[in-house]
Design a protein around this ligand. Structure first.
Ligand code: CP3
Length: 362
């Protein structure tokens, strides 16, 4: 990581640079395993639901003061080791000319999905400072609140494939047949689309680091729907490009996907200092395959948070025992937190991870 902390060192207080989370990202020994949770801000928290009575999700994202307020809600409620800026992976598609709406009870809808070569040609690639300024401003503001607490801030983007999945399907999908059919039947159009998405994702991540994000996460949430061979041919070069652009800013990057146990090495080879894994594989086995050149984030099944404490604790302990206290483990879920999660379980989980690993390492 030599040279990679230059930007951090310039902009963040010493205590943030030497926080548990950033140490684990650099695979340095820590006093206790750091923990944060994907989608840690959101509907499982009463504070969030209260704000949502007054504002739509896009209003929260596009008003920097409100985005910071939501970012801080889980930080105030739990002893988390990192904050993630409140945003979503879909606004960059809006910035490219897609008509985005979050429909109540249905999730995100893109009213003019990408299906043809002409649709791809119409997608515009503009600088994030023009299309996503609200999130860049929120990042700078959030840093002002987080620095005094010595808590690092994570910025994020959807990866090219996951963005393509929403752009082509026009919303959430179970089997992703439309996006995969486009990839398989019209490779030329596909490569043109992925080329644009790689630029948008990479430049957006880089701009977030320049605005003050100390770590970046690339979410390739739906990449597990692909065969490893298709991943390598049609997706990996674009994830790699996005990561290369992002890394020009000099901050570490977490590369996350789900359903990736058949392509973990391929995901790692696309880049990233930390690889995020889901619960379909034992953490120890995943780490063994990934080797000691990367840190590992994961991998509790988010549903465990819906179970009684004893059942949750047993599963959290299993994850920690798999990591064996090795430097470079960041405790997280294998995917985003469920909206039915009792906040008290989150509190107990965070305390347990710190206590259990703190004792073991002393
Ligand atoms: O982690 C955080 O606290 C930061 C916030 C965050 C949100 N979305 C806020 C959000 C993050 C990191 C995301 C990422 C995201 N968004 C992903 C990648 C992670 C993953 O879960 O795979 C994806 C695929 C999306 C797309 C998305 N956004 C969907 C499918 C939905 C609707 C489904 C749902 O969970 O409601 C959203 C909406 C969304 N984004 C909500 C939140 C808190 C809930 C919407 C609401 O408030 O009504």
């Amino acid at each position: 990581m030599t040279g990679e902390t230059d930007l951090n060192a310039r902009t963040a207080p010493e205590k943030v640079i030497n926080s548990r989370f950033l140490k684990a990202v650099r695979r340095e020994p820590v006093d206790a395993t750091p923990i944060w949770l994907m989608r840690q801000a959101g509907r499982y928290m009463a504070e969030y639901r209260k704000l949502r009575e007054r504002y739509g999700i896009l209003d929260l994202i596009k008003t920097p003061e409100l985005a910071v307020e939501v970012t801080m809600q889980p930080i105030r409620a739990f002893d988390l080791d990192a904050a993630i800026i409140f945003a979503d992976i879909l606004p960059p598609l809006e910035g490219m000319g897609l008509d985005l709406e979050f429909v109540k009870g249905e999730g995100p809808v893109l009213h003019n999905p990408v299906r043809t070569r002409a649709d791809v040609e119409r997608l515009v690639v503009r600088p994030p400072q023009e299309t996503l300024r609200f999130t860049l401003e929120a990042i700078a503001l959030a840093r002002q609140e987080l620095d005094p607490l010595s808590i690092p801030l994570i910025g994020f983007s959807g990866a090219p494939f996951t963005l393509a999945a929403y752009a082509v399907e026009g919303g959430s999908s179970r089997s992703h047949e439309t996006v995969k059919a486009l990839m398989m039947s019209d490779p030329e159009t596909w490569h043109r689309l992925m080329d644009k998405l790689a630029t948008v994702a990479g430049e957006y991540l880089k701009a977030q680091a320049e605005a003050g994000a100390l770590v970046l996460q690339l979410f390739d949430s739906w990449v597990g729907t692909l065969s490893p061979a298709d991943y390598r041919q049609y997706v990996q070069p674009y994830s790699r490009r996005a990561i290369e652009i992002a890394k020009e800013a000099g901050v570490p990057l977490i590369h996350f996907g789900t359903g990736t146990s058949g392509m973990l090495e391929d995901l790692r080879d696309a880049g990233g200092d930390v690889i995020g894994v889901d619960w379909s594989i034992d953490l120890g086995g995943a780490w063994h395959r990934l080797g000691d050149g990367v840190a590992v984030q994961g991998n509790l099944d988010p549903v465990a948070l819906l179970a009684p404490w004893d059942a949750l604790k047993a599963r959290a302990k299993y994850v920690l025992d798999q990591a064996k206290g090795c430097p470079g483990h960041i405790f997280n879920l294998g995917h985003g937190i469920h909206k039915a999660t009792p906040p008290d379980n989150v509190k107990r989980l965070v305390e347990f991870v710190h206590e259990y690993t703190g004792k073991k390492q002393r």
